[in-house]
Design a protein around this ligand. Structure first.
Ligand SMILES: Cc1ncc(COP(=O)(O)O)c(C=O)c1O
Length: 385
């Protein structure tokens, strides 16, 4: 008999994730199947990546076609697929963010944003929020508050400080003429699905304008229709100088992007990447974004998020402390630790993930059907009841 993938991985991986004993081998839309043929509704979606659905035909076709044309083309040359993606990103990005830098992951887009802000302002300070999450590389980690992620990796990058999320007064006090950037998530994902208040975002915009710091929104998890808008900052009409993007941008192909306005100035030669903006990922991203627009996934996320709330909230089991939902970014906060319930949900055929120790996070593909979403609600009610 062939050895199980799980056993092979356990032997050979330099493991960084605590693993669940499920081996996923195939997906379609919002469904995935394991190596024994068992089907799950996937509310993990690659951690908020597979918004256009697993095995999306448009993305697969674009990848196959581009793979036969040209896969790699460094940034020292121009390229047609890259040009079309940059034009598309500029057309959908929040107000004024018309210039893009393409990279390979969320953390890399945060790194680039920090470097661009330091270079533009000539200052070092970065103010971010407690409970925020910006990635695992040293710069992004320095902007990430949670001690468990930081411990053991010091010394981290100097110049970073934190304010309590949604505390406008403390934010105003923390930003000054040494601040290069204020870096925040419009909805904290890893921190437990916590939306920023309009007041907090407006204060961030104002204090940046007053002090000359750049406002950076990390929309790596919230971007590309997840919250019911193309970008979450549109809910409050507060727009940053730089936005960090990744996750859903290219239908699952590793890609990140930074979009910036005219305040951001970059002399050529100061930053770079080998793979970033290669034609293969650009073709995939273009296909994924066109699919989001054609299928109106932002509206769909908003409507299905409301449907989830309508069905779940009135019947919420006693062990649920709170439901936080914005589009199809859903957090079910328990009065106890969530890990055993996440395992039980998996056993019942619904994959979910934690955000901290007590919040069950659901980030389903935005193409999830109504019957699939209703099934998720019923399984949640049964497992948590
Ligand atoms: C808000 C936010 N920023 C940054 C990151 C880091 O992205 P990546 O894992 O692609 O480096 C994540 C990943 O979960 C995220 O949710």
């Amino acid at each position: 008999m062939m050895e199980r993938a799980a056993d092979i991985e356990r032997r050979w991986a330099l493991e960084v994730f605590p693993k669940r004993d499920i081996t996923l081998v195939r997906g379609k839309g919002a469904e995935v199947w394991d190596d024994e043929g068992r089907r799950y509704i996937d509310c993990v979606a690659g951690i908020g990546v597979a918004s256009v659905g697993h095995a999306n035909e448009a993305v697969a076709d674009a990848l196959a076609e581009q793979a036969r044309m040209l896969v790699t083309c460094p940034g020292i040359f121009y390229n047609d697929a890259r040009a079309r993606l940059l034009e598309k990103l500029a057309s959908i990005a929040p107000e004024g963010l018309t210039r893009g830098f393409l990279c390979n992951s969320g953390a890399e887009s945060v790194e680039a944003a920090i470097k661009f802000a330091r270079l533009t302002t000539g200052r070092a300070g970065v103010v971010s929020a407690m409970r925020g999450f910006h990635g695992r590389t040293l710069g992004a980690l320095s902007a990430t508050h949670k001690a468990a992620y930081r411990e053991g990796f010091g010394p981290l990058v100097p110049g970073f400080s934190f304010v309590p999320f949604n505390n406008a007064e403390k934010l105003r006090a923390a930003v000054g003429d040494e601040t290069a950037a204020v870096l925040i998530e419009p909805v904290q994902g890893e921190g437990g699905i916590r939306p920023a208040s309009a007041e907090f975002l407006r204060a961030a915009r104002e204090v940046c304008d007053e002090t000359g710091a750049l406002l950076v929104f990390d929309e790596i998890q919230t971007g590309f229709c997840r919250t019911g808008r193309m970008f979450a900052c549109e809910h409050h009409g507060v727009f940053p100088d730089i936005i960090c993007l990744a996750k859903a941008i290219a239908g699952g192909v590793p890609t990140g992007a930074v979009m910036a306005n005219d305040r951001v100035r970059l002399p050529p030669g100061k930053h770079g990447t080998t793979f970033g903006g290669n034609p293969l990922v650009c073709a995939a991203a273009l296909a994924a974004i066109e699919f989001m627009q054609a299928e109106r996934l932002a509206e769909r996320a908003e409507a299905l998020g409301a449907r989830f709330r309508e069905r779940f909230e009135p019947r919420m089991p006693a062990r649920v402390r709170a439901l936080r939902q914005i589009g199809l970014m859903i957090g079910v906060e328990l009065r106890e630790r969530c890990r055993s319930y996440i395992n039980a949900l998996g056993d019942a055929g619904v994959l979910t993930l934690p955000a901290g120790t007590t919040v069950i996070r659901l980030l389903p593909p935005l193409v999830i059907t109504e019957p699939e979403l209703d099934e998720v609600v019923e399984v949640l009610l049964r497992v948590l009841g």
